[in-house]
Design a binder for this molecule. Structure first.
Ligand code: ADP
Length: 870
């Protein structure tokens, strides 16, 4: 790119030096009210943002490309650039231009990169989703089969780490769905933002973490593996490098114990639509459909809970009891939710205060949030017979913050302005000095009004006005035709400007008054700023405790929200224990049920029992009968139960599941360039090697993506492997009703089918899962429902009849297919036998008795050779 050379103007030299500091970023170069971009950056940004590219001056004999965005609208442009995959370094003016001018010679304002904005280090409220954490993750390769993972959310300060088996890293990343992942440069384990490998050194990482958190040892935070420390240290290094002088909020890292959460891989998350619906957005997902939280923090915690269902029976029980507490007392729940609904996002306000991009409203959010938290604590701590343990613990984490709350209440006005420079954030009566300055400024303004009246009477010009603008400051204005009288020297006015209709003057008295007003205003603002800074320091001194309070509020919101859902949608408390039971009575699919209800339909509840003698269910039935829905609803019920939620069923007993797998055959993954069938087999292989006897496996139409015989063979073999080797709980749906014959050999195989009824040739779906097997595939009936034309259906039926007849013969299933009579114009019509053709075209299922009679008459005519009648 461009090189620094001796001919560069001082400004371009400064620009190039800054650009060299952040070569992988677009550089936002602050010039007055704009961030300007130059050279190649300008071209990229102009194209990406669809803004005008201009030229200015030259460098090395070539014009310099340039474009800019206004500072006040920079967030929106930043968001678009980050979304488009860019990183942006922001260079601010770090001195007052007036200072620079004082220096001798031709000087330019000093500038420095104050921060680097990347997808994972965003803290701008407008760029974040309120109910989604914005994770920045680091992956560090470990010595053995375990890698280190660390992740943090700078908007709230949350910071976690875990040691993860290499094979589970993709699953963990799928759970977190990080906005950005950092990895050692030159390592090809995981794709991400490359960072110097040295930053991933466990020893350096440990030192960095210790110094950041001011501790002599990390033992107080928990036990970390070296790879975990490496990841956490690299994360911290990156955060510090991008935030520069600002110090973002970070709690000490919390190690997550391996195995403490149900393992759910990326394919399973996608197939169950846990966090993202069919369109890839939150809408339509389990998370969106069950979210009744009323705070952003609650929404983020619910997402985290659903993403990582627990495996500890005790911890699950604690959460369930808290939900039950709110289910049992609707009045308490209502009051708690009303109080929470008024709560500002304390965690993110704290994040903004810490990082230094904050306003008076963030202090007000602290004041109001912490005050409401105390009220809520009082409400919930009211004596109850046996408060759930998690309630007691959670309320214990809501701090009193008495001094801070008092300070904020005394200092701040009820609704401070968004921007501190507007003034008026601090209450009158709080600081006598500030009040005096404000009085002076206010008195000054009354003095201006008085001066205006005096000038009018002295000059006799009643239309005279004293006005204020940015260029002249305070000035006297009269209509041009009356100005002559004021031009006389004895009037003591100084002519400043003649415009089309008006003439403007200043005066010595007015200038003196203006100076007093401005000085008082400036001093008042400075005094306010000092108070606001002081209040911010008070808040930050309690940052960790406030973070705990915010987390406690989120926990209560989640529990009350799940209770609300349970009460309104008739969900029940599941029994979760250490057995391998899985017994659901009248279970429902929460998302499909909502959709069916919306269409004024009735969702059919179904039972499922995967006890040891029937732990493998083979569910057969035609397409559209409801097999997938049934399979997934059981997986979702397991996720909900272990996340600590009630479940959509009449009763549920679940032995803790360690790993959940869900696979659906025939999902095209063209983006990755893998065939449907290949994907299916890769995923199936992952299950066969990963599932344990405590796992739950959902296989939906595995083997669909290949030929009938291959598919059946694979489905067959997988069923045997699940039954004999994995011995886990499994629901297996297939349209290969031939698989049912395995029942005699696999003793824990249970066959179920979804009931359908054929009525007048149509298929009616009853969505009811019963013991037994589908007697046939009903493929043709489904095709008919879908509107496949009658001649094609008739042809398919003829082929099917022949195939079935051939099944047991040598020469292959398709033997003799070539002899099948054809129809239509695509093939030579067997003109010699119109009778046969006519017979072949009859759609037996579709024909009414009356039509049948007519047909017989037709056929007779045909047989007698009277073909003209057609
Ligand atoms: P399959 O997997 O057998 O092809 P699906 O599970 O995709 O069938 O279900 C097809 C449709 O049937 C669903 O979109 C839903 O509208 C409806 N459906 C499925 N199960 C039920 C049920 N238990 N009660 C009511 N409607 C259902």
């Amino acid at each position: 790119m461009t090189q620094i050379d001796s001919q560069a103007s001082p400004m371009i030299a400064q620009y190039l030096a800054l650009k060299a500091e952040a070569p992988d970023c677009l550089l936002f170069f602050r010039m007055g009210d704009f961030y300007e971009m130059f050279f190649a950056d300008a071209g990229i940004a102009a194209a990406s943002l669809d803004i005008a590219l201009t030229r200015r001056g030259e460098h090395l004999g070539l014009p310099i490309a340039m474009c800019g965005v206004p500072v006040h609208a920079a967030d929106a442009y930043l968001a678009r650039l980050i979304k488009a995959g860019h990183r942006v370094a922001i260079a601010e003016q770090i001195e007052d231009p007036a200072e620079a001018r004082k220096r001798p010679g031709k000087t330019i304002v000093a500038r420095a990169i104050t921060r680097i904005v990347t997808p994972g280090t965003l803290t701008e409220t407008s760029l974040l989703e309120p109910k989604r954490a914005n994770w920045l993750a680091a992956v560090a390769p470990g010595a053995g089969a375990m890698w280190g993972l660390a992740w943090c959310d700078l908007s709230t300060g949350a910071f976690h780490s875990s040691a993860v088996a290499v094979t589970d890293v993709p699953a963990e990343l799928a759970r977190l769905n990080p906005a950005e992942i950092i990895v050692p440069d030159g390592w090809d384990g995981v794709a991400g933002t490359p960072r110097p490998p040295l930053e991933f050194s466990p020893a350096l990482g440990e030192a960095r973490l210790k110094s950041r958190f001011g501790v002599a040892t990390l033992d107080g935070f928990g036990r970390f593996s070296p790879a975990e420390i490496a990841a956490a240290g690299a994360l911290l290094a990156y955060v510090e490098a991008t935030a520069r002088a600002a110090v973002p909020l970070l709690t000490p890292p919390r190690p997550e114990l391996p195995g403490s959460a149900m393992a759910i891989d990326a394919a399973t998350r996608a197939s169950l639509e846990l966090a993202r619906g069919p369109g890839g957005e939150r809408a339509g997902s389990l998370e969106a459909s069950i979210d009744r939280t009323v705070t952003a923090g609650g929404g983020r915690l619910l997402a985290a809970d659903l993403g990582a269902p627990l495996t500890s029976v005790a911890a699950i029980g604690d959460r369930l009891q808290l939900v039950a507490h709110f289910v049992a007392d609707a009045a308490l729940r209502g009051r708690a939710r009303a109080s929470l609904a008024a709560m500002p996002d304390v965690a993110r306000a704290l994040g903004r205060l810490a990082i230094g991009r904050w306003g008076p409203r963030d202090l007000a959010a602290m004041r109001d949030g912490l005050t409401l938290a105390i009220d809520l604590k009082r409400l919930l701590a009211a004596p109850s017979l046996a408060p759930p343990a998690l309630l007691t613990a959670t309320l214990g984490n809501i701090g009193a913050h008495a001094g801070l709350i008092k300070g904020l209440h005394e200092a701040l006005v009820a609704e401070p302005p968004l921007d501190a420079t507007a003034g008026g954030s601090i209450q009158s009566g709080y600081d006598a000095g500030l009040d005096a300055l404000r009085d002076t400024s206010r008195d000054g303004r009354s003095a201006v009004v008085a001066m205006e009246a005096r000038l009018r009477s002295e000059t006799g010009v009643t239309g005279l006005k004293i006005r204020h603008n940015g260029v002249l400051g305070y000035h006297i204005e009269v209509a041009a035709k009356l100005a002559d009288a004021l031009m006389r020297p004895d009037q003591g006015l100084i002519h400043r400007q003649t415009l089309a209709g008006v003439v403007r003057f200043s005066s010595v008295d007015l200038a003196a008054l203006a100076t007093t007003i401005a000085a008082a205003g400036d001093h008042a603002l400075a005094a306010e700023a000092a108070h606001l800074e002081g209040l911010r320091d008070l808040v930050l001194a309690e940052a960790l405790a406030i973070g705990e309070t915010a987390a406690a509020l989120a926990r209560i919101d989640v529990a009350a929200a799940l209770a609300e859902l349970a009460a309104t949608d008739h969900w029940v408390q599941p029994r979760v224990d250490a057995t391998t039971a899985f017994h659901i009575i009248a279970g429902r699919h929460p998302v499909v049920e909502a959709a069916v209800k919306l269409a004024r339909g009735q969702f059919v509840a179904n039972d499922c029992d995967l006890s040891s003698d029937c732990r493998l269910w083979l569910v057969t039935g035609p397409n559209m009968a409801g097999k997938s829905t049934f399979l997934r609803q059981n997986a979702l019920i397991a996720v909900l139960a272990q996340a600590g939620s009630f479940v959509p069923a009449q009763s549920a007993h679940i032995g803790v599941i360690d790993r959940l797998y869900s696979r659906v055959g025939a999902a095209d993954d063209l983006a990755l360039g893998r065939s449907t069938f290949m994907v299916e087999m890769v995923e199936t292989a992952a299950i066969l090697s990963g599932a344990t006897p405590r796992s739950l496996v959902i296989l939906d139409e595995v083997g669909r993506g290949t030929s009938t015989y291959d598919g059946l063979a694979i489905a067959w073999a997988v069923l045997e492997a699940v039954h004999d080797d994995l011995q886990c709980r499994c629901l297996f749906a297939s349209h290969y009703h031939e698989l049912v014959s395995l029942k005699s050999r696999l003793k824990s195989l249970f066959t179920a089918t979804v009931r359908v009824r054929e009525w007048k040739g149509d298929l009616v779906f009853l969505h009811e899962v019963i013991a037994g097997a589908a007697d046939k595939s009903y493929g043709l009936a489904v095709a008919r429902l879908a509107g496949v034309p009658a001649p094609v259906l008739a042809r398919a039926r003829a082929i099917l009849t022949r195939l079935e007849a051939n099944r047991d013969r040598s020469g292959g299933i398709a033997a003799g297919l070539g002899d099948l009579p054809l129809f239509g114009t695509a093939a030579p019509a067997p003109a010699s036998d119109p009778l046969r053709e006519r017979l072949g075209a009859i759609d037996v299922d579709a024909i009414s008795p009356r039509e049948a009679l007519d047909l017989v008459a037709d056929l007779q005519r045909l047989a007698s050779g009277d073909a003209e009648s057609f």
